[in-house]
Design a protein around this ligand. Structure first.
Ligand code: PEP
Length: 244
């Protein structure tokens, strides 16, 4: 059985004092890996964090080094002890024009720099209603396999994040999530990817009251948690739901 991973995505939230208060309220949870994906400036502050919490970032440059003003490389993130980095979050795709190929290059840069990319995929509501959810998700994944290769993908974490569920308070049901997660795993196998150990996280309005049901699904290997990761009690409850 795959050990679950719960990754908090703080997005562009936080501040030195608020982070300190949040960190002080976090406690290690057994039976689950937990990561905090924080804004770049706070990676330094998170060098001191409670035991049992791994560090992650929310974006990485596709380039290794050089004249790329404003960019942050995988090596820099690794320097600060990051293990994970989110790539292809729907907010970056929608607001910052990141296309499938860019996401794939970022995932590749992350792996090359010794990080584990958390590759986000997911459909919009229009795409779901048009019956195109799986076609969209496999298109997004195919771009990543093309650049990373099968072996690279097998060393990545995937996150299914239906765009309509992110920050909306409207989570996918456990059955909807499981249907997509199972289809993703089957697709990986079809492509020749060793999918047995690939963690497929669910993200989109996960809260303490729906976490247990989602994490009970056989192909849901944890969660990517946005809003609820900023509330210590809620995040802890979600982590505990994954650890049972
Ligand atoms: C996210 O931003 O990855 C996310 C899942 O957000 P939320 O949990 O707030 O829906």
């Amino acid at each position: 059985m795959i050990k679950k991973l719960v990754a908090g995505n703080w997005k562009m939230n936080g501040g030195l004092a608020a982070n300190e208060a949040l960190l002080a309220a976090l406690r290690p949870v057994s039976g689950v890996d937990v990561a905090l994906c924080v804004p770049h400036p706070y990676l330094a502050q998170l060098q001191r964090r409670p035991p049992g919490f791994e560090l992650g970032a929310q974006d990485v440059s596709e380039f290794a080094a050089g004249a790329y003003t404003g960019e942050v490389s995988a090596a820099m993130l690794a320097d600060f002890g990051c293990r994970y980095v989110i790539v292809g979050h729907s907010e970056r795709r929608a607001l910052f024009g990141e296309d499938d190929a860019t996401v794939a290059r970022k995932a590749c840069a992350a792996l090359s720099g010794g990080l584990v990319p958390i590759v986000c995929v997911g459909e919009t509501l229009d795409e779901r209603e048009a019956g195109e959810a799986l076609a969209v998700i496999t298109r997004q994944l195919a771009a990543v396999v093309e650049v990373l290769g099968k072996e690279g993908l097998s060393r990545s974490v995937l996150a299914y994040e239906p765009v309509w569920a992110i920050g909306s308070g409207r989570s996918a049901t456990a059955e909807q999530a499981e249907e997509v997660h199972a289809a993703i795993r089957a697709w990986l196998v079809e492509q020749g990817v060793d999918a047995t150990g690939v963690r497929i996280l669910y993200g989109g309005s996960v809260k303490p009251d729906n976490a247990m049901e989602l994490f009970a699904m056989p192909n849901v290997d944890g969660g990517l948690i946005g809003g609820a990761s900023l509330v210590a009690g809620d995040f802890m409850a979600i982590c505990r739901a994954a650890g049972v």
